[in-house]
Design a protein around this ligand. Structure first.
Ligand SMILES: Nc1ncnc2c1ncn2[C@@H]1O[C@H](COP(=O)(O)OP(=O)(O)OP(=O)(O)O)[C@@H](O)[C@H]1O
Ligand SMILES: [Mg+2]
Length: 281
C-alpha cells in the first residue's frame, strides 16, 4: 500500500508546551505534556472545553509545532521539521478526521477520497481502483458521484474517513468525529473507526462523548493544558469485526520498523482547518 506500510505509528512526547500570544495575553494551551502512545492503541482524549485537546491533536498531526519539548514519531525526532518535511511525514503516516468533515465542496465523494492519491502521484488506474475500494469499505459505493452537499452528515464523515485512510496511514487522528452527528450515526462512524483500529491503525480520538471515551482502550483526561488522567482498560467486547476495511493491508501483523525520513518533495495532504489567530511557535 503506502510507501510507509511497515511504519506503525509510535508516538513519544516529552514535556511539550504550546502557548498562544493573543494581544498581551499568553494562553498556555499545553503545559509540559509527556505521553507515549504505542502503535495500535485506541486512545480517547477528553476534558473540558479549552483544556488543550485540539492543540495536542494538531501537534501530534504535525499541523502545529510546540514552543518546547520533543516529539518523536516512530523513533524520529519530528519536533523541528520544516513545513516540507512535516508534510511528507503527514502524508505518509497520518490521517485526519474533523468534526466538520472538511471535504472540498466542488469535488465528488470519489474526488475527495482521490485527492491525497492525486497529490501523492498515484497513477490514475490504480487511483480509481483504490478509491472504489475505499468507498466500498465505508459503505458508499453508491454515492461516488455525489457532491458533499448531496450527502448526509454520516455519509460526509464516512467520505472523510475514506479520504483519511487513502494513503493507509499508521495513525488516524480524529477531533470530535461524531460531534456533528446524531447518536445513531455517530455510533456507525465510531464502529468504522474501531474497525480500523482493530486492523492495526493507531487511533486517537478527541471527544466529548462519554460513550466513545469509554470504548477506547486507553482514556486520557486533560485539564488546563495538562494530562491529569490516563487509564487503560481491556478493549470492550462487541466491537464489530471483519468489515473488510483496507483489505490486504496486513499492517496489524507487521513488525515495527524505524521511521523512513524521505527527502522527496512532498505534496501536502488536504489543508488542515484554520486555527484562527495564534502566535507562531
Ligand atoms: N490559534 C490559537 N490562538 C490563540 N489561542 C488558541 C489557539 N488555539 C487554541 N487556543 C487556546 O488554547 C486553549 C486550548 O484550546 P484547544 O482548542 O486545544 O481546546 P480544546 O480542549 O480542544 O477545547 P474544545 O473542547 O472546546 O474544542 C484555549 O484556551 C484556546 O483559546
Ligand atoms: Mg477542540
Amino acid at each position: 500500500m503506502s510507501a510507509c506500510g511497515g511504519v506503525v505509528g509510535m508516538i513519544e512526547l516529552d514535556r511539550i508546551t504550546r502557548g498562544f500570544q493573543v494581544g498581551d495575553q499568553l494562553v498556555q494551551a499545553l503545559r509540559e505534556v509527556s505521553l507515549n502512545i504505542t502503535a495500535g492503541e485506541f486512545v480517547s482524549i477528553m476534558g473540558p472545553s479549552g483544556s488543550g485537546k485540539s492543540t495536542l491533536l494538531n501537534l501530534l498531526g504535525l499541523l502545529d509545532r510546540p514552543n518546547s519539548g520533543t516529539y518523536r514519531l516512530d523513533g524520529l525526532d519530528v519536533t523541528g521539521l520544516d513545513e516540507v518535511a512535516a508534510a511528507t511525514v503527514r502524508r505518509e503516516k497520518i490521517g485526519f478526521v474533523f468534526q466538520f468533515f472538511h471535504l472540498i465542496p466542488r469535488l465528488t465523494a470519489a474526488g475527495n477520497v482521490a485527492l491525497p492519491l492525486v497529490l501523492a502521484g498515484v497513477a490514475p488506474s490504480e487511483r480509481k481502483e483504490r478509491v472504489a475500494r475505499l468507498l466500498a469499505d465505508v459503505g458508499l459505493s453508491g454515492r461516488a458521484d455525489h457532491l458533499p452537499a448531496q450527502l448526509s452528515g454520516g455519509q460526509l464523515q464516512r467520505v472523510a474517513i475514506a479520504r483519511a485512510m487513502s494513503m493507509n496511514p499508521a495513525i488516524l487522528l480524529a477531533d470530535e468525529p461524531t460531534g456533528n452527528l446524531d447518536r445513531a450515526t455517530g455510533r456507525e462512524v465510531l464502529a468504522l473507526l474501531e474497525d480500523l483500529n482493530q486492523r492495526g491503525t493507531t487511533l486517537i480520538v478527541v471527544t466529548h462523548d462519554q460513550e466513545i471515551g469509554a470504548r477506547a482502550g486507553r482514556r486520557i483526561l486533560m485539564e488546563d493544558g495538562r494530562v491529569v488522567g490516563d487509564s487503560i482498560s481491556p478493549s470492550p467486547s462487541g466491537v464489530p469485526q471483519g468489515r473488510g476495511f483496507i483489505r490486504g493491508s496486513g499492517r496489524g501483523s507487521e513488525a515495527q520498523t524505524s521511521a523512513n525520513a524521505e527527502s522527496t518533495v512532498p505534496p501536502s495532504p488536504p489543508a488542515p482547518p484554520p486555527r484562527g489567530e495564534g502566535s507562531k511557535p
